[in-house]
Write a protein that binds this ligand. Structure first.
Ligand SMILES: [Mg+2]
Length: 320
């Protein structure tokens, strides 16, 4: 649906809309079906029913949502002019990041100001825009469909976050979180619970055990850094992809931070070089196959503050 709508509005971008998911499905009868947005709601519903083993109710509900034309919900972007032409841009889409959390569907209840280690809150829709020439992330939209559950009627409402970072224009729907430089407050980090032991140990010594947190979803962990729930997100494995990091990376840049390749940054000889290992989004690793061509192979560090990035790299140097 995103591919269809963006392609219809900006035909110059049609060949540069990439994503994690494919629109090729196999139904219970072993038939292969290519799902697209059709001319009418009824046609889309009929096509969807073929991959939903004939479940017409689900197919019609989905088709209705697809053909709805939601009004612009964010008036704050109306006055925004970005000096970029669609012919310079490409898009990375992750329609559901933290898919396993979405499927499990657990509802976690936590206090305000704390991150959610797992559950529906970690499932995000990520749409990132990059410059075709340099691979720089320039715009991002993050939608958190399960942001708040109304206790009275049990209905969920979503929340979206966006950012633009292009030349002198740096705007984010969230303001930069207050920096944690009050005396005695250490750096806080969010990791995957499957992170390497050596990384967990090095960061425990740096941050202290109470400042080390664990959460599901790569997009959600970067969102925690954007929101100031953690100062950095460190990942030593190449287990994330361009579609996971592009959108939240643009928001972090708009706030003055970024996302660097961990292994490249660890090789850099000086502090000035560290920030030059920012992830880019336009080139595939030709020596790899399939989705791995688009992996962030060297791991990553997402940060808001260069000096905090430097502390992390210093703590990890020689350990990996
Ligand atoms: Mg993902």
């Amino acid at each position: 649906m995103i591919r269809h709508d963006v392609g219809a509005q900006f035909p110059e971008m049609a060949d540069f809309i990439h994503g994690e998911e494919s629109n090729k499905f196999e139904n219970g009868l072993g038939e292969s079906v290519i799902v697209t947005v059709c001319g009418t709601e009824e046609e889309t519903a009929a096509l969807l029913a073929t991959v939903l083993d004939g479940d017409r109710t689900a197919a019609s509900l989905l088709a209705r949502a697809i053909h709805q034309n939601p009004a612009t919900t964010d008036a704050s972007t109306d006055a925004l002019t970005v000096p970029l032409s669609p012919s310079e841009l490409g898009i990375w889409i992750d329609p559901i990041d933290a898919t396993s959390q979405y499927i499990e569907g657990r509802e976690e209840v936590l206090e305000e100001g704390h991150l959610f280690p797992s559950g529906l809150h970690c499932a995000l829709v990520l749409i990132g825009v990059y410059l075709r020439s340099t691979g720089e992330p320039v715009m991002g939209v993050i939608n958190q469909p399960f942001n708040y559950k109304e206790p009275s009627n049990g209905r969920w409402s979503g929340k979206h976050f966006w950012g633009v970072s292009c030349g002198d224009i740096n705007i984010c729907s969230l303001s930069r979180p207050k920096c944690g430089s009050e005396k005695g407050r250490g750096l806080s980090a969010v990791l995957s619970s499957s992170e390497k032991q050596v990384v967990k140990e090095s960061l425990t010594s740096l941050c202290g055990p109470e400042k080390l947190m664990y959460a599901s979803g790569a997009g959600y962990k970067i969102l925690c850094v954007i929101q100031g729930l953690a100062d950095v997100y460190v990942l030593s494995e190449g287990s994330t992809y361009k579609w996971d990091s592009c959108a939240p990376h643009a928001l972090l840049r708009a706030l003055g931070g970024g996302v660097v390749d961990l292994s490249k940054s660890l090789q850099s000889a000086s502090k000035a070089q560290e920030g030059q290992a920012e992830l880019t989004y336009h080139q595939s690793q030709t020596e790899c196959k399939g989705a791995d061509r688009w992996a962030n192979q060297g791991g990553l560090v997402a940060y808001r503050d260069c000096s905090q990035l430097h502390s992390i790299l210093t703590a990890l140097k020689g350990k990996l």
